[in-house]
Each structure stands twice: as C-alpha cells, then as structure tokens.
Design a protein around this ligand. Structure first.
Ligand code: ZN
Length: 502
C-alpha cells in the first residue's frame, strides 16, 4: 500500500495548493428546499470546488429542523438527524454517520466563514433528492417526505397503484396542507422558471452482470422502492426525461430490456412515468425481492445499481469436487516487494505473511473450507497472478492482508477494510471488519470502497485488510505481537465463516 498512500498524500498536497474556484458574488446562488427558497445568511452560498458542488451545510440542516453544532476547536460540524448523528470535519474526507464511517468525494471546507460540504453527501447520507441547475446556479433539494410532484391523475398504472398503497407514501390530506402553507406562495420561483432547465436526460439503460447501468447527463439521486406481488425494485429518477436514447423510447407504454436468461430475474422495463416534471421509472422484476441486496453509486457519470442476489436455498456449486468452500488468503507483497517499512524498520511483507499463515492454520481445521494461499514463503507473485489464481479456482472468498503506513504522520492509527463496488464484497468487508476491529482493539477507521487491483479484478467477494499502521508505534507493537496476531487470525476466520454462514 505504500505507493498508493504516497500518491494519496501527493494528491492531497496538490489539492491544498490548488486555488479554490468559487462562484463569486457575480452569480447569486440559490437553494430551494422542499419547494421553498432558503434565505442564505450573509456570505453563505453554493460553490463549485474542482467540479464538486458544495453547499453550506448549516443552513440546509437547520431548515430541515435538525440540530446543528459547530465546534471551532475540533473543526467539527455535528448534525443530529432524527436518531442518527452525523459528524463532518473540515479538511477530512471521512465523516461519521451513525455507527459507520463514510467517505466524501471531497472534504468539507470553510469558504467565506461557512462550512460547505459536497452536495452528494447531502443526497446519500441525509436522504435528500438533489438537483443542481448549473445555468441558474440553483440547488433543488427535496426531503424524503416531500411529495415529489403534485398528484397527477393521468398516468395511473399498476406501479403507481402499488406505490400509493405503501404506508410510507405521502398521504393526500396532511401533506398537501403543508404544501399550501402561507410560506410557500403559489408564485414561488420554483414553479416558474425551474422545469426545463433542470431536467436530466437518460441516454442509455442496460442490465448485465447483475448491474443496472443508466447513463444520464447529470447525477441525480433516484428514489428506490422495493415492492411485493410481483416482487420488484422500482427506481425513480426525479426531474428526468429520455434523451437521445440508444434503445427505443417508450411511447405511453413501458419499454423492455432484453436481459437474456438470468436466474431470479423476470424482466427489466422502463417508462416515462410522469410528465411535468418528468420522471423516468425503471422496474426490475424478480422472483424474490427479499433475496436481493442492492448498492447504488455513480461511476464516471453512470448510475449503477448493483444487485447481489443471495440464493440461500441453493448452496454454492462445489468446484473442487470436494464440496468445500474455497477461501483464498493473500499475504500482500513478498520477495522483491517488501511493502512498507515499519517504525522499527521491519518489512510489511513479513507481517502480512506471519498473520496470513496463522489464518491458514486455523482454516485448515475447518472441515467445510479449503484454504488456498497466494504465497506461503517470501516470494512475489504479481498482483495479476494472485487475481488469476482466485478467479481460476472460482473461489468463494478472497482476503488480502496488509499493513498500512504514513511515515510522515506517525500519529495515524487504526484498522480499515477495503472492498470494491460489489455488494457481496461490501457485506464480507463489514462482517470481517467488525471481528478484526474487536480483536485488534485499534481505532476503527471503517469499511471503504477502494479501487485496488486484487479486490477489483477478482470476481468473488473480495476484501483487503489494512490491519493497522506500521508507522504508528503502538499499532506496530500490537501487529508484531504473536498473541495479537493469533487473535486477529481467529477474528478473520470468524468473519469468513459468518459470511459463508458456516
Ligand atoms: Zn501493503
């Protein structure tokens, strides 16, 4: 991990040196929350920093009636959102949300005495629907309870009928009273100018490898609902219409994707569900919606809904013929690649191997697991070779073991676990991380999405453990201790077994 840590520090440095481009007073920015324009105090405004739309968090959270505290000393913004506590720190790309740590695409910053945070955080962690109109410099936010549009009677179909019967859907009576409150006069700026300019366009919809991929010209956070009878996942893109589609645009009825013969999947269809404002709906119909975990994200401007179909009734096919589950353990680095160097000048590759061999020893006692090591001695298999080994075996689980390091900041401490995109990997990461953090007793740095080759190119649930910081004195001491290694190895095995339901 040494190179990537250095690379990260280097990019962080560049970031610090980059001038902040903000929209100066020439263009007045606006925030519209649930149909009302917010009064932005003094110099608070929406700014663009390196292509990230950042919004003043305090004014938004306060208008949502959340408690907001700013601690100048720690540079922390604390938000109490119903039962969930959110803590953001200026300059830190991680935030704590409830019990977990999440990564931000850009750290909160102070601009003109106001803390601004990436708009994506507000949509993903606070559950708001967000639309940015770059031309008008307007952010439109809608809280989950806000009716997405006026009730329209025209386009009633089965999807809508099921939706309106859901307990969580806005009831007609009380919500509309709130809408018509005196603070939201009918002549509010939302109704007049907003619509045409803020409509996003869908250009392509695909479904392959258990992923729904939607190409849009702007990132818009969809509302996702799961429904029963028939079982389906409904993905609604607000303020969105069909653009220059590469497949037939449905006219009145629903379009259908050809998905081939995918187990558990019935079909994927799409339609322009509403007009004025336009709303695109995509429906994924399945045999059993409760057997599906999903995970949503944007990658390179494409919305991706990653479905992980857990088929509990069918055991994984025995690949080796032994019927055992195959677990690949990958001690990072080795041979000519020492990895990072610890504070007492030990090589990361030694720690990785020592811990991995303890994991192997415990797994060898497991009657239902076959353990395969990418290396058992001080040699260097390339990362591609490690990936190929696991993929060729069609392994059930891949675990790569590493030690972290930031030599310039020896105070940095803690355990973190990486997965890459796949919901199955994320689930494995959460489970193993929980056990490992407990065993190591170090600071919990959380579970993170990271594009690292061995977890990106492997096809099975795959994780990379950064057990602790070899550049930190007390982390290193724990990591080099035989007894702590034994506990950590047991924790990793416990996590693997819990994930495999063994
Ligand atoms: Zn490493």
């Amino acid at each position: 991990m040494k190179k990537s840590v250095l690379l990260f520090l280097f990019s962080a440095l560049i970031l610090l040196l980059m001038p902040v481009q903000s929209h100066a007073a020439t263009t007045q920015t606006k925030i519209i929350l649930d149909g009302q324009e917010l009064n932005l105090p003094n110099e608070a405004e929406v700014v663009t920093v390196r292509n990230n739309i950042m919004i003043p968090i305090r004014v938004v959270a306060e208008n949502l009636k959340f408690n907001v505290n700013w601690d100048k000393k720690t540079q922390n913004v604390n938000i109490q959102q119903l039962s969930k506590a959110i803590t953001l720190t200026v300059g830190k790309q991680e935030a704590s949300v409830g019990n977990s740590t999440v990564s931000l695409n850009m750290a909160p910053q102070i601009i003109k005495n106001t803390v601004v945070v990436p708009i994506r955080f507000v949509s993903e962690e606070m559950g708001l629907t967000v639309v940015w109109n770059n031309k008008e410099k307007t952010v439109t936010l809608a809280s989950p309870t806000f009716p997405p549009s006026s009730p329209d009677n025209g386009s009633q179909n089965d999807e809508l009928a099921s939706l309106t019967s859901l307990p969580s859907s806005p009831a007609n009576g009380s919500q509309n009273d709130e809408l018509a409150s005196p603070t939201s006069p009918p002549s509010s700026p939302v109704n007049g100018s907003q619509n045409d300019a803020t409509i996003n366009l869908v250009h392509e919809i695909n479904y392959a490898n258990n992923q729904l991929v939607v190409s849009l010209d702007h990132e818009v956070t969809p509302v996702i609902t799961t429904l029963k009878n028939p079982d389906r996942i409904v993905v609604d893109f607000p303020f969105t219409d069909f653009g220059n589609m590469s497949q037939p645009v449905p006219d009145g009825s629903m379009g259908k994707l050809s998905t081939g013969d995918i187990p558990n999947l019935t079909d994927v269809r799409y339609s322009l569900f509403k007009n004025d404002p336009a709303q695109v709906r995509i429906v994924i119909e399945l045999n059993n919606v409760s057997s599906v975990n999903y995970y949503q994200q944007y990658i390179a401007g494409k919305f991706i809904l990653d479905l992980n179909i857990v088929n509990a009734s069918k055991p994984a096919p025995p690949i080796t013929g032994s019927g055992k589950r195959i677990v690949v353990i990958d001690p990072g680095h080795g041979g000519s690649d020492p990895g990072t160097t610890s504070i007492t000048n030990k090589h990361e590759k030694q720690f990785n191997l020592a811990l991995a061999l303890k994991v192997q020893a415990i797994l060898l006692q497991e009657p239902e697991i076959e353990v395969v090591m990418t290396r058992e001695t001080d040699i260097y298999p390339t990362r591609s070779e490690r990936v190929k080994l696991a993929n060729d075996l069609n392994a059930d689980v891949f675990v790569s073991i590493h030690g972290n390091s930031v030599p310039s900041s020896p105070q940095i401490t803690g355990t973190e676990t990486y997965y890459y995109q796949r919901a199955s990997s994320k689930e494995l990461a959460n489970i193993v991380h929980k056990h490992l953090v407990e065993a190591m007793g170090l600071y919990d740095r959380g579970v993170k999405n990271g594009s690292l080759q061995v977890i990106r190119e492997t096809k099975m649930p795959a994780i990379l453990l950064e057990v602790g910081f070899l550049s930190n004195k007390s982390d290193e001491e724990a990591m080099m201790s035989e007894s702590v290694q034994t506990q950590a190895a047991q924790a990793i095995v416990d996590g693997i077994k819990e994930y495999l339901k063994l």
